[in-house]
Design a protein around this ligand. Structure first.
Ligand code: NDP
Length: 330
């Protein structure tokens, strides 16, 4: 049926400025890595996207190879853009990336100019867009000179195929170098996309300070540790959808007794705060203002609704943070 966006979608929505830029991002953003591909049920994904927009989520994060199969998340998102969001394009921040393997041969992976430029052209076609709002180099590529990557990204901005540039999973040192190379091209590095959760605190070991200093935004991916920081693995009958998904990104090792013991303790703290564990995990990832937005995934509307309710209680007492630190360990 036809979609009419909720007229009150911005009423309770909360935004944070992305680094030193003109753009504000919603505190919670939705990623389409999993659950939105050709192998998934299209209408479930569509309902989740509609619900997100209806609740003030204005940022959707994609990449060339999200699916499976590769490319299909962008195709599905393109369909929803055409059918449901056509009149809302200018309310949306849409991102894509290239870096991981996409097509066979040496030009379908990495951070060469050849790959970044051609991959973005393919992404734009799949989504039916003239430009993306943010384009990322998806990972550091140690075999490509950073000058080449920076000049490709700057060209993409000059051609109007992306408005802003992001990098993902770069170390603090490489972040600084890329920031300076882009600046020399007249382009401001807009955002960094690192992983960050109560079970993965690498961001706190220097990277967040670097981003704050450079005025670069930060979008924290997998704040729920792919579902581990929710109540789903606490009951014995949990469906291990991710663990068994076969792409190897969620190893069974994450479900170690040590991790599960910590997750149980964190769940109790969340209960005392009157929140679900997912909600507390998201609020925690946002406790430092230099983290612009928490980038979550959701299998369906129910998970999304639960996670978005994190916004109802974002504040932590000092005691709560100290208690959480006992269990929030890598
Ligand atoms: P999360 O840590 O938010 O994990 C999402 C998963 O957690 C869901 O698929 C679901 O698992 C479970 N879940 C979510 N909400 C709830 C809830 N309320 N209650 C119970 N379970 C819940 O993030 P993702 O790992 O999915 O990553 C989010 C986004 O980050 C990606 O879509 C992508 O855009 C980006 N990303 C970027 C990377 C990069 O290299 N730059 C790498 C990884 C992600 P289940 O499906 O099993 O039910």
């Amino acid at each position: 049926e036809t979609y009419a966006a909720n007229p009150e979608r911005y009423q309770d929505a909360q935004f944070r400025r992305c680094g030193k830029s003109g753009i504000q991002l919603p505190l919670i953003s939705l990623g389409l890595w999993q659950n939105f591909g050709g192998a998934d049920v299209f209408e479930t994904g569509r309902a989740t996207l509609r619900r997100a927009f209806d609740r003030g989520v204005t940022h959707f994060d994609l990449a060339n190879n999200y699916g499976p199969p590769y490319g299909s998340a962008e195709e599905n998102f393109g369909k929803v853009l055409r059918t449901d969001f056509a009149s809302h394009r200018d309310e949306l921040i849409i991102s894509s990336k290239a870096g991981w393997d996409m097509w066979p041969g040496p030009y379908g992976i990495g951070a060469s100019k050849k790959y970044l430029v051609s991959s973005l052209d393919q992404s734009l076609k799949r989504m039916g867009l003239e430009y993306v709002d943010i384009f990322y180099t998806h990972r550091p590529d140690f075999d490509t000179p950073m000058e080449e990557t920076a000049s490709a990204l700057a060209q993409i901005v000059r051609q109007g195929k992306a408005l802003y540039i992001g990098i993902s999973s770069y170390s603090p040192d490489r972040t600084r170098i890329m920031h300076d190379l882009l600046a020399a091209e007249g382009v401001k590095l807009f955002i960094h996309q690192p992983s960050y959760s109560m079970l993965n605190r690498f961001l706190e070991q220097g990277l967040l300070d670097t981003l704050g200093e450079l005025g670069v935004g930060c979008i924290a991916f997998s704040p729920l540790a792919q579902g581990l920081l929710t109540n789903k693995y606490l009951n014995p009958g949990a469906d291990k959808t991710r663990v068994n998904s076969g792409d190897g990104s969620f190893s069974e090792k994450l479900l170690s007794e040590k991790n599960l013991t910590n997750v149980r303790a964190l769940n109790e703290i969340a209960t005392k705060r009157g929140q679900s564990l997912a909600q507390m995990a998201i609020a925690w990832a946002l406790r430092d203002e230099r983290v612009t937005t928490a980038l979550i995934g959701a299998r369906n509307v129910q998970q999304l609704d639960d996670s978005l309710d994190a916004l109802k209680n974002l504040a932590f007492t000092k005691d709560e943070l100290t208690e959480i630190d006992k269990y929030a360990v890598d």
